[in-house]
Ligand binder design. Structure first.
Ligand code: 4GT
Length: 233
């Protein structure tokens, strides 16, 4: 998986890319992450990347030219099928199916992070990116959203997680997209709370049946909208 991130704050990604699972995946070459500093494409000696909004109002707007140049430079390091994604509260909701799609995108993807009040609309028209939103809330920049997309996609790349089974058993990844079942570890009895006895039997079929029932019960209680049609009501 090859991801390029266009951002005013490339240093925000560095600790995330050097630590944990993602860091190891980058080191081992399973994923490639290029940060493209928007500042490098700024105007003049001061590398200006923003200006005040026409029509007035608070805050600043990212200039079209540096944004388009930075994204074009980012795209040039990918194949012709590269997908360009603008993180924006106005986009398609990010979910596990989209994470799977992006993780498997043959020419990778570019993540464009906005800042301030946003990006000059003409840059968005010219780049024609796919817009993707994490949910109905406002962030101060697209970077936190980009890190989320990066994490959710990278862990689906074969070999990134140690255990190949685990990504397919998480919430939204069970065959039918249910919430995950509860998990327990030692001790079997803790502060008067016991681990469900089904998990201590060593009977793999009984354990799988218990987990499946728990996943269904949780999904019914917390996210009935996710229930498969034949499990409704
Ligand atoms: C929310 C989301 C996002 C923002 C989201 C332009 C300047 C947008 C700041 C940016 N807020 N980005 N991707 N819900 N804010 O995904």
């Amino acid at each position: 998986m090859h991801v390029s991130i266009v951002t005013l704050f490339p240093e925000l990604f560095e600790p995330f890319l050097s630590a944990t699972v993602l860091g190891r995946a980058v080191q081992s070459g399973l994923i490639r992450v290029d940060c493209v500093p928007l500042r490098d494409y700024g105007e003049g000696r001061h590398r200006v990347v923003d200006d005040r909004p026409f029509g007035g109002g608070p805050g600043m707007v990212l200039l079209a030219e540096p944004v388009v140049q930075a994204v074009e430079a980012a795209r040039a390091a990918h194949g012709p099928g590269v997908r360009t994604i603008l993180l924006s509260p106005q986009g398609r909701r990010f979910d596990q199916p989209l994470a799977r799609e992006l993780a498997a995108a043959p020419d990778g993807f570019v993540l464009l992070c906005g800042r301030y009040e946003g990006i000059d609309e003409r840059a968005i028209q010219v780049l024609a990116p796919e817009e993707v939103s994490l949910g109905d809330y406002v962030l101060s920049g697209g970077e936190a959203a980009a890190i989320t997309v990066l994490d959710a996609t990278a862990r689906l790349v074969p070999g990134v997680l140690g255990d190949e089974r685990s990504p397919e058993e998480d919430s939204f990844s069970l065959p039918d997209g249910l919430l995950d079942h509860p998990h327990y570890t030692r001790p079997a009895s803790w502060r008067g709370h016991d681990v469900p006895p089904e998990l201590l039997t060593g009977n793999h079929a009984a354990i799988a049946a218990w987990r499946r029932a728990q996943a269904l019960e949780r999904t019914r209680a917390r996210r009935p909208d996710l229930l498969p049609k034949d499990e409704e009501a």
